[in-house]
Design a protein around this ligand. Structure first.
Ligand SMILES: Nc1ncnc2c1ncn2[C@@H]1O[C@H](COP(=O)(O)OP(=O)(O)O)[C@@H](O)[C@H]1O
Ligand SMILES: [Mg+2]
Length: 261
């Protein structure tokens, strides 16, 4: 990997390992993400991609290895502590709050970074009320970024699948993360929606965020990623530019099974 002089990685994953009983879901995987990069993690189902995201975001504690973000070891930190440090994510299975409006869903994301937090906002303390106005404004900004202003007052459960996926991204963005993890954002989207997603991810990167993307849509991945990391059975089997990874025989075999042996 080329490393510009003096630039520190935003994220450094060192020999990360996670077992579920006897199954090793992530096996001593190491990689770095530099500021401003779009890095994709690909691999067949069960490769350990979502587990990797769960380790990075504090949902799971690694059995071995380290996650270093902004030079700080994250191991053992709670998901909210990691979110406060500027790492946000979306989920493979949609997790919007059905009983809230679209706008309220985004405001939840903003509260993660708010100085006074959800509790004081809930009690509507004076300083919180003032901040609530800012949060409202910020939430609108992120809604407009994902083209959901017209749906702001709708219950989130009434949005289409593609709209809910965009809402999740807006909610993650509302915490103004340095690193955004997207877990299969293209899954279930129409071709047209995937093309919009491509543009949205580029806009997010251009706005200053770094992106780690798990995705099955190879057109999207190969078109957008600066670098691609390939996992198979929990192990990193290849990493490099989209071009090199696509020509890697281990990668081709992992995707096609025995056909190429
Ligand atoms: N909470 C869990 N408990 C037990 N096994 C799990 C759990 N989460 C994932 N696994 C297993 O770990 C492996 C990797 O899963 P996952 O990270 O979801 O893969 P991917 O996202 O690449 O499809 C799979 O074999 C899966 O069945
Ligand atoms: Mg997954």
């Amino acid at each position: 990997m080329t490393k510009p002089n003096g630039m520190e990685p935003l994220l450094e994953v060192r020999a990360l390992q996670k077992f579920f009983g006897g199954l090793v879901a992530v096996n001593e995987v190491s990689f770095q993400v530099m500021p401003g990069e779009i890095v994709a993690i690909i691999g067949p189902n069960g490769a350990g991609k979502t587990t990797m995201f769960n380790l990075l975001s504090g949902v799971y504690v690694p059995d071995k290895g380290e996650v270093v973000f902004h030079g700080e070891v994250l191991n053992g930190k709670k998901p909210y502590q990691i979110a406060q440090r500027g790492l946000a994510r979306t989920f493979q299975n949609l997790q919007v709050f059905d009983n809230m409006t679209t706008l309220e869903n985004v405001m939840v994301g903003r509260h993660i970074r708010s100085a006074y937090g959800l509790l004081s906002a809930a009690f509507r303390l004076p300083h919180a009320r003032r901040e609530e106005g800012d949060i409202h404004e910020q939430a609108w900004h992120y809604l407009s970024l994902v083209h959901l202003q017209e749906q702001a007052a709708m219950q989130a459960c009434n949005l289409s699948f593609g709209q809910q996926r965009r809402l999740e991204i807006a909610r993650a963005l509302a915490s103004e993360p340095a690193l955004l993890l997207l877990d299969e954002p293209g899954a279930g989207l129409t071709r047209e929606e995937v093309e919009e997603l491509d543009g949205l991810i580029r806009n997010i990167r251009d706005a200053g965020a770094t992106i780690l993307l798990v995705e099955h849509d190879m057109d999207l991945v190969m078109g957008i990623a600066d670098r691609v990391i390939v996992l198979n059975h929990g192990e990193k089997i290849a990493a490099g530019t989209p071009e090199t990874v696509q020509q890697d025989q281990r990668v081709i075999r992992a995707y096609l099974g025995e056909v190429w042996d």
